[in-house]
Design a protein around this ligand. Structure first.
Ligand code: ARG
Ligand code: ZN
Length: 895
């Protein structure tokens, strides 16, 4: 392992590459122990200087230019190969060797389960061959793959298969050509013994395309949902954005070892098997919906990412924020499909809630911590550390705000304009906003998106303070919005520019004392029925509404119209009113979350002061009203009855005491279980889903509510709950029900029953790695699990740190999602974290750096915890040979 000296790369220092590389021909002689790659580049000079190529962990065999040995005219210096003396045009041929089976970092060319895979984004191509490994160098690729035919019968790469032939010694070869110029991060190959499922469809313009999903032999029964999801994604992009599949063949391959979710390589998407393989017995509702979403996401990249790509990695959100937005819209449309108007609206709200929950749990803390960065970062040391919730999820919110400002129809026109201007190019976030702005300015003469652009350059979550004044004499109501956003992350360093106000689309409604919506009439005569979109572009601004008899109750940030934190001093009574009557289902959910947050935070303070816990009657009644109110569907009800997560709650505490918080949250759950036992039992009965399993959102919603009810009854140790859970575990015909029952038993049941079902579960599922992951996760997150439990599980024959899914299922789950076990006052959890970060770093720096982030927010914890956290952070930072990835994370945490 080499030691990296971190170098900071800055967005401002971008320079175009001084050569064009029109074509790339790659010949692979594949062997797990020793693979040879011959690369031929057609190079044309367009600027100044030598040809500098990147390479990592490669053995250089030879360099030729125009057929002549170039020895003496090239140098290798660390990770660069510099060629001098090239003319204006040259054919460069480089032969190199690598060792795929020794590649545990899973970047570049590696072997998983006996199959060759590649992962090139962001900078993995340099681990395959010497090349300008940057997204603005786009070339046409032709690829020849050679390998032993028995061991590697399928040879796949990007584009079209143009030739296949048998060779001597039992080897064979396949020739692939990709007609579209692409950056090297979209290159892919797969070689091995795989099974597949396929279908053919006609695109909108009538071209026939072949869709294929490949996976390991024996898993062919689990790829149907993936293939159907792909078909739905193709149709959706045609309908919603008039974007058609541009290839004759589109392949998805499932890999058991994969660092991330999936990768959009042109025509050959490579996926973490967790986002491909599913059947009712082994996969949960959440798995099915994640598969559809990730398949959609990677497919949508074919336009937003591949046809138009990023100029440099600072522009990552250009493709990721936009593509997450697109996959969110796809999922929302799939959920709403076939439902009547009211049910469809509710389904969309459920999707919106789920996305906001993720944003608040993952992105808000990031945006307030040491790794805070704008969606377009200004600098990085390791780009692999910037595949973040900010670039992805907040990036998607920034796109969504543009849709809100332009309207969906305007946004669609803006996207068409973006492709008209930039198809085939590598561009910047500014280019994207400029295309949207051209439409915005047409529709809103005299206005532009110059203030809006600050969402790309400033980090942090803005806070919007709302004040309401009502004048009974004039029957006017004035709404004042005031924004502020503290400097975060590198913005706190001396010399950083002062922060400017954001352009915040703020959707608002006003309710009367009975909860009825008030028409919103402004002084200029502008009137809307119930929701007004206020555009805050300065530090503060006021809006006045007329004909309002009494002080109204505001319904704020409807549908979460901007990624901000709202500050408004509601009374408990007002929140209860909104929970019952707000016509905006998102804001109605939000009111319940706020009430619960208030209750749990107050109880945590009481507990810290040694006072006993008692749940207020009004809160119980508020929860009962959601549980029993007519007209709400199960999926929505399940969200509205879910208490805010610990991570979200922690953001509201001055000093975080994670164990006290988790305990109070559990006690709240238990108290709700006991107080509303009959209603929860009724919910269990009313939401059974007999018959064949279907992952559709209505059935999934029923299971979500039923299983929430079961867990709440278990948390309350209500009579009969254990029997109910055991019964459900034994008779379940789908994984959602079986796993939920198991989870309730493990977390809230008696030790013997829990041990018995855990053993039974492993016995049944030991041959299915994705289910074994669930088994590890359950134990990693269980109340009662300690470092000792986890260390014991690490000696289980099924455990391996080398497989990222397995490492995530146990090590990450414990460190990130087990407050009781991880945040022990004796510091044992933190010492375990340090040992695992270092162990992983020796294998896979990208994965190690993700685990390193578990202590990002250490300064926010109570001193008894923050001090031991600081110590282990320092211990990791001073470890010799630490990767650049982990160095960046722990150094920023300690800054
Ligand atoms: N572009 C992929 C996506 O769709 C993510 C690839 C990230 N890979 C990595 N090794 N950091 O989101
Ligand atoms: Zn993506």
């Amino acid at each position: 392992m080499r030691t990296d000296t971190p170098v900071t790369i800055r967005r401002q220092n971008y320079l175009p590459f001084p050569y064009d590389i029109a074509t790339v021909r790659l010949e692979f002689d594949l062997d797990p122990a020793d693979t040879q790659v011959r690369s031929q580049l057609e190079v044309r000079r367009t600027g100044e200087g030598p040809l500098v190529l990147n390479g990592e962990d490669l053995e250089l065999v030879s360099v030729q230019v125009d057929g002549r040995d170039w020895a003496g005219r090239y140098q290798v210096d660390g990770d660069t190969l510099t060629l001098d003396g090239l003319g204006t045009q040259a054919r460069v041929e480089i032969v190199s060797r690598c060792r795929p089976e020794a590649n545990s970092a899973l970047m570049g060319l590696y072997v998983s389960n006996g199959v060759f895979f590649t992962q090139c984004e962001a900078e993995g191509f340099r681990r395959i061959t010497w090349f300008p490994d940057r997204p603005d160098v786009m070339s046409r690729y032709s690829v020849v793959l050679r390998a032993d035919k028995k061991r590697f019968p399928q040879l796949l790469s990007n584009g079209n298969l143009v030739k296949q032939a048998d060779l001597a010694d039992g080897r064979h070869e396949a020739h692939w050509e990709d007609p579209f110029p692409k950056p090297c991060y979209l290159f892919a190959l797969v070689a091995g013994a795989l099974t597949w499922r396929e279908s053919r469809m006609r695109t909108r313009s009538g071209r026939e395309v072949l869709l294929q999903v490949y996976s390991d032999p024996g898993s062919e029964g689990k790829t149907q949902y993936a293939l159907e999801s792909l078909e739905r994604a193709v149709r959706w992009d045609e309908r919603r954005f008039s974007l058609e599949l541009d290839l004759d063949r589109f392949m998805i391959v499932a890999a058991r070892d994969f660092n991330m979710g999936a990768m959009e390589n042109k025509g050959l998407n490579i996926f973490n098997a967790a986002y491909v393989l599913a059947d009712p017995e082994s996969a949960t509702d959440a798995n099915f919906s994640a598969i559809e979403a990730v398949i959609g996401h990677e497919y949508f990249h074919n336009w937003t990412g591949n046809r138009v790509t990023c100029r440099d990695w600072f522009q990552l959100s250009l493709k990721e924020g936009l593509t997450v937005f697109r996959d969110q819209e796809f999922t929302a449309d799939m959920m709403a499909q076939g439902l009547d108007a009211q049910a469809a609206a509710s389904a969309r709200t459920v999707k919106r809630i789920d996305d906001v929950v993720t944003l608040r749990a993952a992105q808000f803390p990031e945006d307030a911590g040491p790794m805070a960065h704008p969606i377009r970062p200004e600098s990085y040391q390791e780009i692999g550390n910037f595949y973040t919730a900010t670039v992805y999820e907040k990036g998607a919110e920034v796109i969504r705000m543009q849709q809100t400002l332009l309207t969906p129809a305007g946004f669609t026109r803006g996207l068409a304009e973006y492709f008209r201007r930039h198809d085939g190019q590598a561009v910047t976030c500014d280019d994207f906003v400029a295309a949207m702005e051209s439409v915005y300015a047409q529709d809103h003469p005299g206005r532009d998106l110059s203030v809006f652009r600050r969402w790309y350059s400033q980090a942090g979550t803005p806070r919007v303070r709302v004040t309401i004044e009502h004048d009974a004499a004039t029957r006017r109501c004035t709404v004042t919005l005031a924004q502020r956003c503290e400097p975060v992350g590198v913005e706190r360093l001396p010399g950083a520019p002062a922060k400017q106000p954001f352009h915040i689309p703020f959707a608002i409604g006003l309710l009367d004392a009975q909860g009825r919506p008030l028409p919103l009439k402004q002084a200029d005569g502008h009137e809307v029925r119930d929701t007004a979109l206020l555009e805050l572009t300065t530090e503060h601004a006021q809006w006045t509404f007329e004909n309002i008899d009494a002080r109204p109750v505001p319904s704020l940030l409807r549908d979460f119209s901007a990624p901000v934190i709202v500050e408004y001093d509601y009374t408990d009574h007002e929140l209860a009113l909104l929970m019952r009557h707000d016509g905006n289902a998102f804001a109605r959910w939000e009111a319940g979350q706020q009430l619960a947050t208030r209750v749990i935070l107050a109880a945590t303070r009481e507990r810290q002061e040694g006072r006993p816990f008692a749940l207020h009657r009004d809160f119980i009644e508020a929860w009962r009203s959601v549980l029993t109110a007519p007209g709400l569907d199960a999926a929505y009800r399940a969200r509205a009855l879910t208490l805010p997560s610990e991570k979200t709650l922690a953001e509201h505490m001055a000093k975080v005491d994670p164990v006290a918080l988790a305990a109070v949250r559990d006690e709240t759950l238990g108290a709700l279980g006991r107080a509303l036992a009959d209603d929860w039992r009724a919910a269990v009965q009313a939401n059974q889903t007999p018959g064949d399993y279907s992952p559709d959102p209505i059935s999934a919603g029923k299971r979500a509510l039923k299983n929430l009810a079961l867990a709440t009854l278990m948390a309350g140790r209500v009579d009969g709950a254990t029997e109910q859970a055991l019964g459900q575990y034994d008779t379940a015909r789908n994984m959602t029900d079986r796993l939920s029952a198991l989870s309730s038993l493990v977390n809230f049941g008696a030790a013997d029953a829990s041990a018995r079902v855990l053993a039974d579960f492993y016995e049944r599922w030991q041959d299915d790695p994705l289910v074994v992951d669930k088994w590890f996760t359950l134990q990693a997150t269980a109340r009662g699990t300690t470092v000792q439990t986890v260390e014991g599980l690490m000696t289980h024959p099924a455990f391996s740190l080398r497989n990222p899914n397995r490492a995530r299922s146990l090590v990450f789950q414990f460190c990130l999602n087990n407050p009781y076990g991880f945040h022990r006052a004796d510091g044992s959890g933190y010492r375990y974290w340090a040992s695992q970060v270092l162990a992983l770093d020796a294998l896979n720096p990208e994965i190690a750096a993700r685990l390193a982030r578990a202590l990002d927010r250490w300064v926010r914890y109570v001193p008894e915890l923050s001090e031991p956290m600081r110590q282990v952070l320092q211990q990791v930072r001073s470890h010799p040979g630490l990767s650049r990835n982990v160095t960046e994370i722990v150094s920023k945490a300690l800054e």
